[in-house]
Design a protein around this ligand. Structure first.
Ligand SMILES: Cc1cc2nc3c(=O)[nH]c(=O)nc-3n(C[C@H](O)[C@H](O)[C@H](O)COP(=O)(O)OP(=O)(O)OC[C@H]3O[C@@H](n4cnc5c(N)ncnc54)[C@H](O)[C@@H]3O)c2cc1C
Length: 378
């Protein structure tokens, strides 16, 4: 390592993306310094519900998600800790012919890529989710190898590995990225300390647009509030994430070991901004929507609610790219899917950063792209 440098690479942001990228860079032999302004998982990652799915609408997203699942599968051995990964499936419900048609079309593409997804009819759904309300239900897209894991444990596992060679600083926000002659050279912390590295990765999640302004970059990532809740534990009676994408629908799954039900809905209209205050309206409305879908949930107690930010891009795809400033990388904008895609994104980013080439074509995730095409499975 050049003696000017404090580290081989500096990562800003201690969520899944910063930690996964830091881990894969460490695995490639780099000394990584990661800076987090609060505690690890303080951003969106610690507010997510841990869902992991592979049912997407483009070849690239399906591939990234499938590769991510492979990485979740071996995480226990790789990180030396159990991250509570379970392959309990995802079930997307179709309550309209239009949704049915979309799911059936996408299943063809997904199956061609080797995904174990199928269209299931209403009797099959009643077996998968006993007690489900089948009013207006036509069928669903079911993928048993989708699943869930614990975001706190995954981040902790990656951070421990980064620390074996480098350092993880918490409560140590980065105030600015320093550039000399169009090359990144260092970062300055809120304590006015400088740390030098030839590579800086901006993985600040929902803060990415705001934070990037001081270096003249306008990154199209727009935070949006999403709320969640968790219930008391009850006897486990269904496994998959049940996704009801009707405008007044919701999605939730039962935690495989512990029995709590955890879920969210996407508010209409969206609530823009990095606002992580939870609302009374959500807790009432979410309870109503869950009980509509599975009536016996009406008696289950909600024990906690919280809010976090989705980090939205105009087309629903993330940004994984270098910038025009040499050595500066942007990885963000996961539109509510960053946890599940995180392991593979960390791997792709580390390959791209160290070799100058991603392991496969990720031009759909380029910073300078046409943002008009939309991901359908959202
Ligand atoms: C309610 C909810 C449910 C969700 N459910 C799922 C799900 O089931 N599955 C899924 O895959 N995804 C889910 N998501 C989305 C997922 O949480 C995000 O896509 C993912 O966590 C983004 O990770 P990140 O590392 O990019 O961002 P973050 O986790 O937000 O990490 C960025 C970090 O950067 C830090 N930071 C910001 N500025 C600075 C600075 N200047 N200096 C130092 N540090 C800084 C922040 O404190 C933060 O910790 C959900 C999100 C929400 C809100």
């Amino acid at each position: 390592m050049d003696c000017r440098w404090t580290a081989d690479a500096i990562i800003i942001g201690g969520g899944i993306i910063g930690c996964a990228t830091g881990y894969y860079l460490t695995k490639k032999g780099l000394k990584v310094y990661l800076f987090e302004k609060e505690y690890l998982t303080a951003g969106s990652t610690g507010r997510c519900i841990g869902g992991i799915r592979q049912q997407y609408s483009t070849e690239l997203s399906i591939k990234v998600a499938m590769e991510s699942v492979k990485k979740f599968k071996i995480m226990k051995e790789e990180l030396g800790m159990d991250v509570e990964f379970e392959q309990d499936g995802y079930l997307f419900l179709a309550h309209s012919e239009e949704k049915e048609k979309t799911y059936k079309q996408l299943i063809k593409l997904q199956r061609n890529m080797g995904l174990d997804v199928e269209y299931v009819d209403v009797p099959a759904i009643k077996e998968i989710v006993p007690g489900i309300n089948t009013d207006g239900l036509l069928g669903g897209a079911y993928c048993p190898s989708d699943g869930q894991a614990n975001p706190f444990l995954v981040v902790d596992g990656y951070a421990r590995k980064i620390k074996e060679k480098g350092k993880v600083f918490t409560y140590c926000g980065i105030e600015k990225i320093n550039i000399e002659g169009n090359k990144v050279i260092s970062v300055t912390t809120i304590n006015k300390e400088n740390y030098f590295a030839p590579i800086v990765v901006n993985a600040t999640g929902p803060f990415i647009r705001e934070f990037s302004k001081h270096i003249g970059l306008d990154i199209p990532v727009f935070p949006e509030r999403h709320e969640s809740l968790i219930t008391e534990p009850i006897e486990v009676f269904f496994k998959p994430m049940v996704v009801d994408y009707r405008p007044d629908g919701c999605y939730f799954h039962q935690k495989a070991k512990q029995g709590s039900i955890i879920g969210c809905y996407t508010p209409i209209p969206n609530v823009p901004g990095n606002d992580v205050r939870s609302s009374f309206e959500f807790i009432i409305e979410m309870g109503r929507r869950m009980a509509r879908l599975i009536p016996k949930l009406a008696d289950v107690k909600i024990i906690r609610q919280w809010a976090g930010s989705y980090e939205m891009t105009p087309d629903g795809n993330p940004i994984v790219d270098k910038t025009d400033i040499e050595g500066l990388w942007i990885i963000g904008g996961f539109c509510g899917h960053g946890f599940m895609l995180g392991p593979e994104i960390g791997y792709i980013a580390a390959e791209y950063i160290t070799t100058g080439k991603p392991p496969y074509d990720i031009s759909e995730f380029a910073l300078k792209r046409d943002y008009s095409r939309k991901e359908v499975m959202k």
